[in-house]
Design a binder for this molecule. Structure first.
Ligand code: ACO
Length: 311
C-alpha cells in the first residue's frame, strides 16, 4: 500500500496538484510541513508582541483602533496555522509546549525591539511586506490546507503593509523630527527584514527538497532580491532612503544586488540570543499561564455539552 501511496503522491506532485490531509504522504514531507507550518504559527503569535508594545501609546484613537485590529489579525493567523499543522497530526499542546519551552523556532525578526512609534510603521511596511513576498507563493504550496490558509492570511497582510506604509508616509511628511524618526526606524529594520527570507541559498539545508515538493516555489535569495527591488521603488514615494549604498539592479543577472547581511547576528538570534528573545518567551509563558482558566472553562463546557448530547 505504501508503494501505491508513494506513486499516487509522486503523480500529484508531478502534475502540480494538491495533497489533502487524508492522502498518503512520505514521512519526511509531513515532518517538514509540521516544522514549517508550526514555526510559521509561532511567528504570528510571538509577532503580536513588538506591536502590542505600542497599543497603549498610539498617537491617536484611530491609530490605536487600527493597531489593535492588526494585532488581533496576527492572533487569528497563528490559530489558523496551528489548525493547518494539526491536520498533519501535530497536537496543539505539543506545539505550544515546544514554543514556551524555547525549543521551537519562530521568525528572527520578532526578536528586535520596537523603540518608538515609527517602528510600528516600519514593521507594517517592511516586515509585513517581506511576509507577503514570502507568503504569496505559499498560497500555491502543495499541501492544500497550508495553501488555503495562506490565501486568507495574505489578504490581511496586504492591509497591514499599507497601514505601515501610511504611518511612515504621514511621519515623513510631518515635522523634521517626525521624518527623522521614520528614517531611523527604516534604518534599523531594513537588514533584519531582509534576513526574514532565511539564510543564503548555499546555506539553506531545507530549500532543495522543499522546492521539489512544491512547498517552496522560490529560493530564499530569490525572494529577498525581489523584495529589495520592490522597497527600493516604494522608499522614493516615502521620501526616505534605505541604509544600503550598495543596492543596485544588475542588468546582466537581472537581479537586485544588496549589501552583505550579518549572518553571524542572524544565527545568534535564531539560537535564542537576539536582543529580545528571552523577553518574548517570558511574555508568552505568562500569557499562557494567565489563560489557563479559559482553557479549563472551555474544556469543562465541552465535556458538559457532550454529556448532554448523550443523555
Ligand atoms: N527566522 C528564524 N529561523 C529561520 C529563519 C528566520 N528568518 N529563516 C530560516 N530559519 C531557520 C529554518 O527554520 C531552518 O531551521 P530548522 O531546519 O531547524 O527548522 C533553518 O533556519 C535553515 O533555513 P532553511 O533551510 O532556509 O529553512 P526553510 O526551507 O524552512 O526556509 C523560510 C525558511 C523561508 C522562513 C520558510 O520556512 C518559510 O517560508 N516559512 C513560512 C513563512 C514564515 O514562517 N514566516 C514567518 C514570518 S512572517 C509573519 O509571521 C508575519
Amino acid at each position: 500500500a505504501d508503494d501505491e501511496g508513494r506513486a499516487a503522491f509522486d503523480a500529484i506532485i508531478a502534475a502540480d496538484g494538491r495533497i489533502e490531509p487524508r492522502d498518503w504522504m512520505p514521512d519526511d514531507y509531513r515532518k517538514t510541513l509540521i516544522r514549517q507550518v508550526s514555526q510559521h504559527a509561532h511567528s504570528e503569535i510571538i509577532g503580536m508582541q513588538p506591536e502590542a508594545n505600542w497599543i497603549s501609546r498610539a498617537p491617536s484613537l484611530k491609530r490605536k483602533a487600527i493597531l489593535m485590529a492588526k494585532v488581533q489579525d496576527e492572533a487569528g493567523h497563528g490559530l489558523y496555522l496551528y489548525s493547518a499543522a494539526e491536520t498533519l497530526g501535530a497536537s496543539r499542546d505539543s506545539m505550544v509546549e515546544a514554543l514556551i519551552e524555547g525549543k521551537a523556532k519562530y521568525s528572527s525578526i520578532f526578536n528586535y525591539p520596537t523603540k518608538q512609534w515609527a517602528d510600528v510603521g516600519a514593521i507594517g511596511w517592511l516586515v509585513d511586506g517581506a511576509a507577503i513576498m514570502n507568503q504569496v507563493p505559499l498560497c500555491r504550496a502543495s499541501y492544500a490546507p497550508y495553501g488555503r490558509a495562506m490565501v486568507r492570511v495574505c489578504k490581511e497582510e496586504s492591509f497591514h503593509q499599507r497601514q505601515g506604509f501610511e504611518i511612515l508616509l504621514s511621519l515623513a511628511n510631518g515635522t523634521p523630527a517626525q521624518k527623522a524618526m521614520a528614517q531611523e526606524a527604516v534604518d534599523r529594520f531594513y537588514a533584519p527584514a531582509l534576513m526574514m527570507f532565511g539564510p543564503p541559498d548555499d546555506a539553506s539545508p531545507n530549500s532543495t527538497q522543499s522546492m521539489e515538493w512544491h512547498i517552496k516555489r522560490f529560493s530564499n535569495d530569490d525572494l529577498r532580491q525581489r523584495f529589495v527591488g520592490m522597497i527600493a521603488e516604494q522608499v522614493k514615494v516615502l521620501g526616505l532612503t534605505l541604509p544600503d549604498p550598495e543596492l543596485r539592479f544588475d542588468e546582466d543577472s537581472k537581479k537586485w544586488i544588496h549589501k552583505e547581511l550579518d549572518w553571524v547576528e542572524f544565527m545568534d538570534v535564531i539560537k535564542g540570543n537576539g536582543p529580545c528573545n528571552a523577553q518574548r518567551l517570558e511574555r508568552r509563558r505568562e500569557a499562557h499561564e494567565d489563560g489557563a482558566w479559559v482553557r479549563e472553562a472551555a474544556a469543562a463546557y465541552a465535556a458538559k455539552q457532550s454529556k448532554k448530547m448523550q443523555e
